[in-house]
Design a protein around this ligand. Structure first.
Ligand code: DC
Length: 229
């Protein structure tokens, strides 16, 4: 039996485990993984490094064509984000980027440019993409849509541990504040705000492990594929 490839959209709040889950699901299914948040982060890094005024739409529109984003699978099997040919995987996770990324991703011109690239990447199917608007805007026809959420304190603690593993020391309150602010901007912006697609399946990760999250998405994906076969 040949299982047809599908598109899996994973949306949800910041630091709920979307990327960790999406990466592992892609590895198991042999799919391509795209971290759409990394794209917004790379644009933010470019804007910061080039002192682009976020409140000036003309300046933003002029800068966007200068940004070339690409992804490469690294030695560990993960995906690294490249900005104009240079790996920025580490830099885009820094707090200075996290602090600005929600503002940048609320800009209409930025979203239009990113969504166009994301749709191109998903043309061939066999893709797992995580973000905020994947099931609602980027791939409204995705065969499987997952919406992840978790308790805010648990999310902050997990993100702090993740940064610690990369030798980045951040105060828990600072992480908590960043997550709270990003949730607020991501859900209230005019341009494709974060919301659950009507047909998305909710996974609350507060009390479950990464393995359980992954198993649940794989189970849902396989159920869908078998039904379609
Ligand atoms: O997934 P992340 O936390 O790395 O995403 C960083 C920011 O990018 C997030 O605060 C909101 C924005 N984002 C978005 O607006 N749309 C997406 N599809 C992905 C991320």
């Amino acid at each position: 039996m040949q299982l047809r490839k599908i598109v899996i959209a994973i949306d949800g709040y910041s630091a709920c485990g979307k990327s960790t889950t999406a990466k592992e699901v892609a590895r198991i299914l042999g799919y391509r993984y795209i971290d759409s948040g990394a794209m917004y982060r790379a644009v933010t890094l470019y804007f910061l490094d080039h002192h682009i005024a976020l409140t000036n739409p003309k300046e933003v529109a002029r800068a966007l064509p200068m940004i070339n984003l690409s992804f490469k699978v690294n030695a560990k099997g993960g995906t690294d984000t490249f900005l104009n040919g240079l790996s920025v995987e580490q830099e885009i996770r820094e707090m200075r980027v996290s602090d600005q990324v929600s503002q940048v991703s609320a800009i209409k011109e930025v979203r239009e440019a990113m969504v166009a690239q994301q749709r191109k990447l998903g043309k061939e199917k066999g893709i797992v993409m995580d973000g905020r608007d994947i099931g609602t805007v980027v791939f409204p026809q995705a065969e499987l849509k997952v919406f992840m959420l978790a308790d805010m304190m648990v999310r902050a603690y997990r993100r702090q541990q993740e940064l610690l593993a990369k030798d980045v020391l951040v105060n828990l309150n600072e992480v908590l504040e960043n997550i709270r602010k990003r949730d607020e901007i991501d859900t209230s912006r005019t341009e494709s705000p974060l919301r659950k697609a009507e047909d998305a399946i909710v996974i609350d990760t507060t009390h479950i492990t990464v393995n359980e999250q992954v198993d649940e998405v794989i189970r849902l994906a396989i159920t869908h594929m078998v039904k379609q076969a």
